[in-house]
Design a protein around this ligand. Structure first.
Ligand code: AMP
Length: 114
């Protein structure tokens, strides 16, 4: 756990979140500022600052994140499609420095993103 990391605090249960899935590797919760009717964040319990900082030793965690996103998409009824995205660094638009995948769905998502 990293000091002063809001997502580490959510993973530890120190800050409340609307949790929709949790296992040994990950926790998933609803985004407080949803950009789509379904907007869930899937994060590793381990503090990894961004995908850029992930290592080979994190491969199980990275797999768990993606599988959780796909499972949640099914559970949330996103059979018409969805998007899984991770923002990296300043130009990527990352605002929370703890790796997270956004699961977005429930509307037609345009491409390319802004
Ligand atoms: P990013 O800009 O890609 O780093 O995404 C960070 C996301 O975290 C944003 O969509 C925020 O709305 C969301 N967020 C920040 N704090 C919280 C929180 N305490 N609970 C749920 N979502 C949060």
């Amino acid at each position: 756990m990293a000091q002063d990391c809001i997502f580490c605090k959510i993973a530890a249960g120190d800050i409340e979140a609307d949790v929709v899935l949790e296992n040994d590797h990950i926790i998933a919760f609803r985004d407080t500022h949803p950009a789509a009717p379904t907007h869930i964040l899937v994060i590793p319990k381990k503090h990894i600052p961004s995908l850029t900082k992930a290592e080979l030793a994190d491969v199980d965690v990275l797999g768990a994140l993606q599988l959780a996103a796909a499972r949640l998409a099914q559970e949330q009824g996103l059979e018409n499609g969805y998007r899984v995205v991770t923002n990296c660094g300043e130009d990527g638009g990352q605002s929370v420095p703890h790796l997270h995948y956004h699961l977005l769905g429930g509307r037609n998502l345009t491409w390319p993103p802004g």
